[in-house]
Every structure is written in structure tokens, then in C-alpha cells.
Design a protein around this ligand. Structure first.
Ligand code: FES
Length: 151
């Protein structure tokens, strides 16, 4: 398995690791298969701009790297821009991930969406294109991903 230099860098020197107290939105997601857990905290101001983002990840190196770069990608963005920080955006920003590690970047996308969902619930607003995260669907998706990867 070959990791890009960027993945190694973000794994060895993770940016924005930690937590935000009283965050506007917190999202926790897990992958049932590998057991990795990712938590993303967002601070969102009254104009709907992500002022700060932090993460805590108990998981593989790729999960640490993707969650770290995801927090950098959403910082300073509007909510709609943050919605576009998808797993492919994260993977691209890291100069690619090995195929068996793509599900790790999916976790980052899900964690951002879960944090935005949390924010929308606390605020009582709707975010265009955002649906309630469902744990069942997540674990199902991941099983599917990993089953394919394992072959
Ligand atoms: Fe589980 Fe990477 S192996 S998130």
C-alpha cells in the first residue's frame, strides 16, 4: 500500500486535532467494520461561516489524515461550501488514497455532515441537500465498501 506524502504528513502532524467546547455542531461517526471512530467539531458564526473546526479520530492513519484535512477544508467556508467537502474532495486534497482506504475518507464526509446536521437541529434550520444521518445506513455502506475492498 502506497500513501502519498501528504497523507503521511497529515498523519504524522495532524492539523486541528482536539475539540471545541460548546461547538455549534458536533458530528460523531463510526465504521462498524474497522471500529474506527471520528468526531468533528464545528464553530459556525451568525453569518453561517465555519470559523473553526477540530477533530478527534480514533482510527487508522488514513482516517486521521482525512479528518485533519477535512477540518482545514471547511474552515472559513459557508455551510453550503462545507457541504461540498466530500470524500472525493478530501481524497483529492491528500493527493489520493489507496483504494482500500477510500472508506476512511467517507468517514470524514459523514462526520462533517453529521456535525452540520447537529448544528441545523440546534438552530432549527434546514440545510439544503443535508439529510438526517442514519447509523444503520452508514454501517451498511461501510460493510459494502469493505467487502468490495477485501476481494
Ligand atoms: Fe477504518 Fe480507515 S480503516 S477508517
Amino acid at each position: 500500500m502506497q500513501y502519498s506524502e501528504k497523507v503521511m504528513d497529515y498523519f504524522m502532524n495532524p492539523r486541528n486535532m482536539g475539540e471545541i467546547e460548546n461547538a455549534a455542531g458536533v458530528g460523531t461517526v463510526g465504521n462498524a467494520k474497522c471500529g474506527d471512530i471520528m468526531k468533528i467539531y464545528l464553530d459556525i458564526d451568525d453569518d453561517g461561516i465555519v470559523q473553526d473546526a477540530k477533530f478527534k479520530t480514533f482510527g487508522c492513519g488514513a482516517a486521521v489524515a482525512t479528518s485533519s484535512i477535512a477540518t482545514e477544508l471547511v474552515r472559513g467556508k459557508t455551510i453550503q461550501e462545507a457541504m461540498k467537502v466530500t470524500n472525493s474532495a478530501v481524497t483529492e486534497a491528500l493527493d489520493g488514497l489507496p483504494a482500500v482506504k477510500v472508506h476512511c475518507s467517507l468517514l470524514a464526509e459523514e462526520a462533517i455532515h453529521a456535525a452540520l446536521w447537529d448544528y441545523s437541529q440546534k438552530k432549527g434550520i434546514a440545510i439544503e441537500g443535508l439529510q438526517e444521518p442514519s447509523d444503520d445506513d452508514h454501517s451498511h455502506d461501510h460493510h459494502h465498501d469493505i467487502d468490495e475492498d477485501d476481494e
